[in-house]
Design a protein around this ligand. Structure first.
Ligand SMILES: Cc1ncc(C[n+]2csc(CCOP(=O)(O)OP(=O)(O)O)c2C)c(N)n1
Ligand code: SF4
Length: 297
């Protein structure tokens, strides 16, 4: 709930739940926090029941820190490992049937716009590759074609982690998994190209071992989705259990995979560039003359 329109009567602040007060007094509600300050403020997500060392949990933690207005953000998830952590966060989480997340988020986003008008209420979908590229594929693509204004984040661990290692559309060709013992026959799906084709205003790939970059792309994606159009982030979030990566080698694996086949990429439309420059002062998207004027001033 936004601190801008919820004001506690003087003397009653102390009766709010301790978790809420902590978020206001020592956390990110109502003020800006950054991944560079990690360890010095109370985080929205502090505990989770996911496997030790799981790269997905690191990514989710970073993504939530990066939300521009966390107290005004609703996450939408579905069955899969990620929801075990996302549902523990101190912000609202909507859990639908497996694969229906982008349909749920479409309705939620539209309803919030009708109810709250210009006050931003950010809707962020975060689900696994199986829930998005396989079972939720149709709903995901249609929300993009309809230009629904919310952010979709794929937690791409290239496997159905939560159910013990089936291949997904995002698994690499040839990968051998517990429940794909002969190796996957088909290529990894190109969801990035599909997102661009379907008209997403911003599309990016990231890995979690670069926290500042994660923060940067999440902020851009959420801000652009407020007014310009749908945004998509595909994050490599390796599953150390199903891919048998030792826990102390998880970040090393992220780096290797990033260098090899998950290089940082960013696609942004002209409209989205102008919007970030004009509305939020993003210098990287300002035209050169405007930059020169800022430097002189
Ligand atoms: C309609 C329906 N079908 C199947 C399942 C069982 N199920 C739960 S999690 C899951 C796989 C999740 O894989 P993915 O979406 O890739 O996420 P991950 O666990 O790898 O993060 C499945 C098939 C379900 N909960 N609901
Ligand atoms: S099964 Fe894999 S993706 Fe799921 S919590 Fe464990 S390490 Fe993470």
């Amino acid at each position: 709930m936004s601190l801008d329109y919820v004001k506690f009567s003087p003397g009653f602040e102390g009766f709010m739940p301790k978790e809420y007060r902590d978020m206001v007094e020592h956390g990110p509600f109502g003020k800006k926090t950054s991944v560079s300050q990690m360890g010095s403020f109370k985080e929205i997500l502090e505990e989770h029941p996911m496997c030790a060392g799981c790269a997905m949990t690191l990514f989710i933690r970073l993504a939530i820190i990066a939300f521009p207005n966390p107290e005004d953000t609703i996450t939408v998830g579905t069955a899969g490992c990620g929801r075990l952590a996302i549902s523990q966060a101190a912000i609202p989480f909507v859990y639908g049937n497996y694969g229906d997340q982008n349909g749920v988020a479409s309705g939620l986003s539209r309803g919030l716009r009708l109810r709250f008008g210009d006050q931003p209420k950010d809707v962020v979908v975060m689900v696994g590759d199986g829930g998005m590229a396989d079972i939720g594929f149709s709903g995901t693509l249609h929300s993009w074609f309809r230009k629904e204004k919310f952010t979709t984040i794929m937690l791409d661990n290239e496997v159905y982690g939560n159910t013990g290692g089936q291949e997904s559309g995002m698994t690499n060709q040839g990968a051998v998994l517990k429940m794909a013992p002969l190796g996957k026959k088909f290529e990894k799906m190109d969801m990035l190209s599909m997102a661009k084709l379907a008209g997403c205003a911003y599309v990016a790939t990231v890995v979690p071992n670069n926290p500042r970059r994660v923060e940067n792309v999440i902020r851009k994606a959420v801000l652009i989705a407020r007014e310009v159009g749908p945004t998509y982030i595909q994050a490599y979030t390796s599953c150390n259990i199903e891919y048998a990566i030792p826990t102390d080698k998880v970040l090393e694996d992220c780096k290797t995979v990033e260098d090899d086949r998950y290089k940082f990429s960013e696609h942004i439309t002209e409209d989205a560039r102008d919007y970030l420059a004009d509305r939020y002062g993003y210098k990287e998207f300002m035209p050169k003359p405007a930059m020169a004027a800022i430097s002189k001033a």
